[in-house]
Design a protein around this ligand. Structure first.
Ligand SMILES: Nc1ncnc2c1ncn2[C@@H]1O[C@H](COP(=O)(O)OP(=O)(O)OP(=O)(O)O)[C@@H](O)[C@H]1O
Ligand SMILES: [Mg+2]
Length: 380
């Protein structure tokens, strides 16, 4: 079976000029170059033509009666359906200020009359190439976020469905030792203990993957969240670990932020639990959380510890999932905590980064948006 050869669609250019001779000249040049040319003699015709069917590029005269080229361009840039169409201004006004204005209203390039044919063609070609690359980038980004979503969903389903059989394995292993006294003695007991220990680790891993995947599911519930309250919950959730290593956690008055409280507790809990975990067992952990106003749109939070620190060469990978710098016996974990923190902060429109001195301690920094109604008047 044979198919007819694919027809390549010609690129369409709308030429807008109130002088018919100019229109004819530009149209002839572009048609020779195999572009499809549409013409408009005034701003109204131009806007109607673009709205009816968006061209690939617009050549736009500046000086036109009633509505000038700048106003046409500004109107097109305000409409999401037409804002991505590249606009090249074409005008006799060879004035630096006019060129600046052309870019301010969203124009992508500027040609002065009298123009050289070669210059017009090169500038059009450039803009069309840029636009093509932008389209490809947009499509790739859409595809990437779609497949990321799919991956999150997959991780969520798998980890969720693993929980049930895992609980059965653990439950039956415990029943065995209770119902069959022989199995509660060595060597059977050692084997069953190993099953329970491995099961426990797997349960933590499954729960961590589930948390990680859940961060991107749904929109979250964004309100004004008092970070003092978040820290109170974190300290309460980590009571056992804090007592076990005699950690000292201090925080100054922390500001309210605009965020999702459940996620913010998760975020600070991961960071504080790391800060008390990655320490020399002989040194009780000292963890300090402080806030500073960075700019009108962000608070900067710092979580500082006196732990083992991170070598400069490893700093770049700690936020990647499943990246751990130690074996599981020295410092247990799955390497998902910081990847989850990064996702949470980015979902709040912020950033997270780290500075560290090996042997002295580590500080994690993050930016978060201020509360929309900051009753304390402490807004940055
Ligand atoms: N405060 C810290 N001080 C020193 N090293 C740290 C600190 N926080 C994180 N790290 C290093 O970064 C790695 C990644 O941290 P992350 O929280 O993602 O994993 P984890 O704590 O090992 O496991 P999980 O959080 O999933 O239980 C850690 O394994 C550790 O090597
Ligand atoms: Mg961790």
């Amino acid at each position: 079976m044979s198919f007819p050869p694919a027809r390549v669609k010609k690129q369409e250019i709308l030429v807008v000029d109130d002088t018919p001779d100019n229109l004819r000249l530009l149209s002839a040049i572009l048609t020779r170059r195999n572009y499809e040319v549409r013409k408009a003699l005034n701003s109204q015709q131009a806007l109607t033509s673009v709205k009816a069917d968006a061209p690939d590029l617009i050549l736009l005269d500046i000086k036109m009666p009633e509505v000038n080229g700048y106003e046409v361009c500004a109107a097109l840039k305000q409409d999401p359906n037409t804002q991505d169409i590249p606009v090249i201004f074409i005008s006799a006004l060879d004035d630096a200020l006019d060129k600046v204005r052309a870019f301010e209203v969203g124009g992508t390039d500027y040609i002065t009359k009298p123009f050289q044919e070669a210059e017009v063609l090169v500038r059009i070609d450039n803009q069309l190439k840029i636009q093509d690359l932008q389209r490809q980038l947009k499509a790739q980004n859409q595809e990437l976020s779609r497949s990321n979503q799919e991956l999150d969903q997959f991780a969520h389903i798998v980890s969720h469905d693993l929980q049930q059989p895992l609980q059965s394995i653990m439950g039956y292993a415990k029943i065995l030792t209770l119902q069959y006294p022989d199995l509660a003695q060595p060597p059977a007991k050692d084997h069953i203990d190993s099953i329970l220990k491995a099961g426990d680790r797997m349960q933590k891993l499954v729960q961590n993957i589930l948390n990680y995947a859940q961060v991107n599911q749904g929109q979250g519930h964004f309100t004004t969240v008092a970070l003092d309250g978040v820290m109170e919950q974190v300290v309460s959730n980590l009571t056992d670990a804090i007592q076990a290593c005699q950690a000292h956690i201090t925080y100054s008055t922390l500001p309210p932020v605009h965020g999702d409280e459940i996620r913010l507790v998760q975020l600070f809990q991961n960071l504080v639990s790391n800060a008390i975990k990655f320490t020399d067992p002989k040194t009780p952990p000292q963890v300090t959380i402080t806030a500073a106003a960075a700019d009108p749109d962000h608070w900067h939070l710092a979580i500082q510890d006196n732990g083992i620190g991170i070598a400069a060469a490893d700093l770049h990978r700690v936020f990647d999932s499943f990246q751990r710098l130690h074996d599981n016996d020295t410092y247990p974990g799955n390497g998902i905590g910081l990847a989850t923190c990064k996702k949470i902060v980015e979902n709040h429109g912020g950033q997270i980064w780290v500075e560290s001195q090996p042997g002295q301690g580590t500080t994690f920094y993050l930016s978060l948006p201020p509360a929309m109604t900051d009753l304390t008047g402490d807004r940055p």
